[in-house]
Design a binder for this molecule. Sequence first.
Ligand SMILES: Cc1cc2nc3c(=O)[nH]c(=O)nc-3n(C[C@H](O)[C@H](O)[C@H](O)COP(=O)(O)O)c2cc1C
Length: 169
Amino acid sequence: MKTQRILVAYGSKHGATAGIAEEIAHTLEGDGFEAAVVPARQVRDVEGFDAVVLGGSLYAGHWHRDAVRCAHRNEEALTQRPVWLFSSGPVDSSAEQHEIPPVRSAAKEMRRLHAKGHATFGGSITAETPGFVARSLVKHNKGGDFRNPEQIQRWAHRLGEELRAGENA
Ligand SMILES: Cc1cc2nc3c(=O)[nH]c(=O)nc-3n(C[C@H](O)[C@H](O)[C@H](O)COP(=O)(O)O)c2cc1C
């Protein structure tokens, strides 16, 4: 049977969401899929992929605009294949403790693309994150890397299982 190709696209300002996308792709590859990780703003065509995972970081309650624009630009092709969305945001352990629903802009894209699922993962703000807000949070001990590899891997494994189930249906 042909190996399914999965695109993992992400909108990221300072790299934390890119890291999550890499983790998802790595997990899927370990499960026997082919996976490509591409910044969402570069995605012009998804025709070569059997499924797409599209993620974006959260800023002031909004899903990263590269992810939103990618969803709009590729809407027709995306609605014709399985799509999952993810968000990266909370700089605390809340995303590990309970499921956090998509913010409004991500929920809208879920509906538009008939996405099969969504996950919110913890985000990251460290001393390396540029910007005044990040610096101030780190200074007040409110930063940290809350991306949980096991949680991300669990989600990616489940997604892979769903794809295999769809293949055999
Ligand atoms: C100015 C600013 C605003 C933020 N707003 C939110 C927010 O509304 N909700 C949230 O969950 N996280 C918020 N975050 C946390 C980021 O989403 C988190 O750091 C994320 O991992 C950044 O990913 P990126 O480096 O890929 O852009 C904010 C961070 C900054 C610096």
